[in-house]
Design a protein around this ligand. Sequence first.
Ligand SMILES: *[C@@H]1O[C@H](CO)[C@@H](O)[C@H](O)[C@H]1NC(C)=O
Ligand SMILES: *[C@@H]1O[C@H](CO)[C@@H](O)[C@H](O)[C@H]1NC(C)=O
Ligand SMILES: *[C@@H]1O[C@H](CO)[C@@H](O)[C@H](O)[C@H]1NC(C)=O
Ligand SMILES: *[C@@H]1O[C@H](CO)[C@@H](O)[C@H](O)[C@H]1NC(C)=O
Length: 400
Amino acid sequence: MAAKCYLNMIPSSLLLFLSILVLVRGVSLPPRSFHVIKYGAVANGRTDSTRAFLRAWEDACAYNGRSRVTIPQGTYLLGSVSFEGPCNGSMTFLIKGTLRAPTDPGKFFTDTWIGFRYMENLTVKGGGYLDGQGAAAWEYNDCHKNPNCKPLPATLRFDFVRNSKIQYLRSINSKNSHINIFACYNMDISYIRLSAPANSPNTDGIRIGSSSRIKISRAVISTGDDCISMVSGSQNIDISDVSCGPGHGISVGSLGRSHQHEYVTGISVRNCTFIGSDNGVRIKTWAPSLYSLASNITFQDIAMISVHNPLVIDQQYCPLAQCLEGDSAVQIENVIFKNIWGISSTQVAVNLQCSGALPCKNVKIININLAYKGRGGQAKALCSHVLGSSYGKQIPAGCF
Ligand SMILES: *[C@@H]1O[C@H](CO)[C@@H](O)[C@H](O)[C@H]1NC(C)=O
Ligand SMILES: *[C@@H]1O[C@H](CO)[C@@H](O)[C@H](O)[C@H]1NC(C)=O
Ligand SMILES: *[C@@H]1O[C@H](CO)[C@@H](O)[C@H](O)[C@H]1NC(C)=O
Ligand SMILES: *[C@@H]1O[C@H](CO)[C@@H](O)[C@H](O)[C@H]1NC(C)=O
């Protein structure tokens, strides 16, 4: 009441002046909030709140101005859902609580748990948890032996999203990838933690395809597959301050399996730490393969702490049981490995195996210092079909 009386006492000319100030200075009004509880969500971890979330989204999306879908603290059971734009204004999806995925196999054979599509100016943040309940689903993953395997859902999927942010979130035990980025432009992903057990199948941390200007920083990823993987059409990807492990490393590829011209270019990975991961930094292409190009890739200022295969180029990639004979037709060029130090947990610390048909071109190895402390002697570098040069410290040496 007191505040209201106070407002009444302010002369209307002053209010008008303040409004003009807001408009002229570009100071934006606070966003309009749409609370999922008001739409019927129940924070008990058991009641399916999918409908309530969708209705809150629809109203927020229709609002002509900045809007925010608010998920307060508490645990919400949420089924597979896709939040779609375009919306009338910029949107924030504020997750303060924990979202829990279904454990009933009747509900999870789909490729998306929480999807955002056809959006711009979206921010997904809030400090909350996304609990994918993967343990209920991993046993159904037979993709390593069944080419027609049923999909399991990525925890977060962004398709056709532009100028957006994903920040301050935790994803645990995703059924498949934690975050999948497809056909997106200009995304900032930071202050996130992704975790799943080392032996959980296909739980990539962040998987990027057909997207450009994606920035990932300040992420802690420990998972069962690649911490970050950049597949066909990834361009201008800037990765920094990421800790990876356990996991299969930060990877470009695999490329060349199903489409021609799977360009991946303009990749920068810097100031990252790998801890106990299977690989550190890796480029992998299928053999035999269709023609593609992986170029302008820099890995620098990287610490390896007990990493199995710190530096890898693998152009004979074929994880299937039966593989055909033949070389990869993916050209790899302009790759820099710079300032990389630490401990390799296998003797071959540098393993660059390029294609006999299309050797890697212009590979630079600058200041590397990787020790191996196990049996069999010092760390080794194995290279084949690699053209390039080296500068500064070379431990292990031997590629050029
Ligand atoms: C945007 O606002 C207009 C009118 O204010 C409304 O008719 C339209 O449905 C809204 N768009 C969306 C995507 O909801
Ligand atoms: C997104 O932001 C840009 C730049 O601020 C603005 O021009 C555009 O209208 C916004 N779009 C939506 C849907 O809010
Ligand atoms: C490198 O990463 C560390 C830890 O993640 C961070 O504290 C530091 O600010 C980063 N340095 C640069 C130059 O980005
Ligand atoms: C790679 O970088 C070089 C030099 O900056 C540039 O000329 C070339 O166009 C880039 N390649 C691609 C495929 O973007």
